[in-house]
Design a protein around this ligand. Sequence first.
Ligand SMILES: Cc1cc2nc3c(=O)[nH]c(=O)nc-3n(C[C@H](O)[C@H](O)[C@H](O)COP(=O)(O)OP(=O)(O)OC[C@H]3O[C@@H](n4cnc5c(N)ncnc54)[C@H](O)[C@@H]3O)c2cc1C
Length: 313
Amino acid sequence: MTKVLVVAEHDGANLNPSTAKCVSCAAQFDGAEIDIVVLGASVAAVATEAAAISGVGRVLTIERAENTPALAAILAPQVAAVAGDYSHVFGPSTAFGKDLMPHVAALLGVNPISDIMQVMGTHQYQRPIYAGNAIITVNAPPEHTVVATVRTASYQAAAGGGAASIENVAADAEIPQHTRFISVQTGQSDRPDLQTASKVVAGGRALASEENFGLIYKLADALGAGVGSTRAAVDAGYVPPETQVGQTGQIIAPALYIAIGVSGAIQHITGIKDAGTIVAINKDEEAPIFEIADIGLVGDLFKIVPELTDALS
Ligand SMILES: Cc1cc2nc3c(=O)[nH]c(=O)nc-3n(C[C@H](O)[C@H](O)[C@H](O)COP(=O)(O)OP(=O)(O)OC[C@H]3O[C@@H](n4cnc5c(N)ncnc54)[C@H](O)[C@@H]3O)c2cc1C
């Protein structure tokens, strides 16, 4: 019997859409039972959201004061403690899941599997390697629990309309003392989150300064879009790291991606492989970004972007 436990990602108030994407991945197993576990200090609202995801049988809640803010070292023993009944434990391939799931795998004594993009069988999966330039088929040993992250850009969120039961469980786990929360520093932004934005405007090194990056923000605001960037722009200090798209940044799948002054290095492209329409603005008509762009504008971004923004405003 295939039984999948999905670890919910949330901010204490709302469920992250990555959870419903993990459910879509789990639903690729014929007849699987799918449960969600929500860990936090007080998770009633999040559990209610999780229970509405179609295809979910039960939502397990584990409420402890130590679970907020979420630390992988603290959550992992609790997830491992309730994983015994399951053949698979899934988390999203977001910063949350990439941190947590290897901890869980280590506690269960198994190798984690990263970035499932396609289920071939209960113990056979496809995942990208070499910055998404090749797809590898991975076989997991059927005698062990499969602990894996799900590549969220490969899955649509499962629909709502479900009515799973919600059960509070006490995870019999010793909470480690070696890791504790000190503080968190995040960029504050009212703009759409990169992971969920349907439109993203991204700028590259060509912007040449933090001030010039204002052009990208203006266009993004005119479109109601999120803001992305290349690693070169982040390294140069034009934008904060959480905007970086690509192999070592975020993997995203917006319906519209506008790449401005972005060359199209493979490490960047791997972050937008699942984007819908890709628009590129670059002054070099030979730039690799044009090989994957659906619409290409050859020209100077400092001329094109303000004109575009004015036309939209
Ligand atoms: C292990 C590893 C991981 C990496 N991970 C990532 C990652 O996650 N994300 C990522 O983005 N990169 C990543 N990189 C870096 C990547 O290889 C590239 O160096 C980077 O993406 C280049 O950024 P860019 O396109 O902004 O800059 P450039 O390559 O310098 O390109 C700038 C582009 O702007 C164009 N341009 C210049 N002026 C104008 C103008 N006035 N108008 C219009 N166009 C103009 C140029 O023609 C050029 O195409 C990684 C590299 C390594 C080795």
